[in-house]
Write a protein that binds this ligand. Structure first.
Ligand code: DC
Length: 226
């Protein structure tokens, strides 16, 4: 089967990264978590003492920053200027600021360029917000993954409760709704379903079931000679 590119977009907490990782492993493809790239820039900005509204210095920093995504034993390792930031980029502080940083056009320009390069040789499963619309408009498979806000909040709560025992489901729901709003309303490459993407509402579905469905869609697409 010829290698394809698979684009998975959708709102926060829809299970994109878990599903994308399973699909990539099953197909022997490379998984690229583009959210982690925006998170790494946000982490670097915050740890350099910048606030997310300082778009010019953040843009300059994003231009010169060395960003590497590499496969590790427990998933993808993210290196920012040589430092392993895999854990740090998941902090509530980064999560609360990443939507604002990802609105800066020069940050998007730099990261989108990198993402296109990563997918050039095909055989990539890439997840994000604008993969099907902007980064890989020619991807052979495009899926828009969503789930009800309540279910996404429950999943996020389950993921975070050990490390962040103060988080409530209501707070998780509020945080996700706020991030969705910012990601959908921004001017540059807002979150939206590509016209040719397949909508998958995963409310009530298990992760393995969702991954199976994407593998079926991919096989059907390969069968069409995509
Ligand atoms: O997928 P995630 O929750 O780790 O993404 C974090 C943020 O990064 C998300 O709220 C918006 C931004 N993002 C983006 O603007 N474009 C992408 N392709 C991926 C993420």
């Amino acid at each position: 089967m010829n290698k394809m590119n698979i684009a998975i977009d959708g709102p926060a907490g829809a299970g994109k990264s878990t599903v994308a990782r399973i699909v990539a492993t099953k197909l022997g493809y490379v998984y690229v978590d583009t959210g982690a790239m925006y998170r790494a820039v946000t982490w670097k900005a915050l740890s350099s003492g910048l606030t997310p509204d300082q778009s010019e210095p953040i843009a300059a920093m994003a231009q010169s920053m060395r960003l590497v995504l590499q496969p590790g034993h427990n998933g993808q390792v993210v290196l920012a200027d040589g430092q392993d930031v895999t854990e740090m980029i998941r902090s509530p502080q980064v999560t609360a600021n990443v939507s604002q940083v990802s609105q800066i056009p020069a940050v998007r320009e730099r990261l989108v360029k990198m993402q296109k390069e990563l997918a050039q040789a095909k055989g990539v499963v890439m997840d994000g917000r604008d993969i099907g619309t902007q980064v890989l408009p020619d991807a052979e498979v495009k899926v828009y993954l969503t789930a009800s806000l309540r279910e996404r909040a429950m999943r996020r709560f389950d993921e975070m409760k050990t490390k962040h025992p103060d988080l409530t489901i209501e707070q998780a729901e509020q945080d996700l709704a706020e991030r969705d709003r910012k990601d959908q309303e921004r001017e540059v490459s807002p979150l939206r379903q590509a016209n040719d993407a397949i909508l998958l509402d995963t409310t009530g579905m298990g992760i393995e079931q969702v991954a199976e469905r994407i593998l079926e869609i991919s096989q059907a697409s390969a069968g069409k000679g995509a």
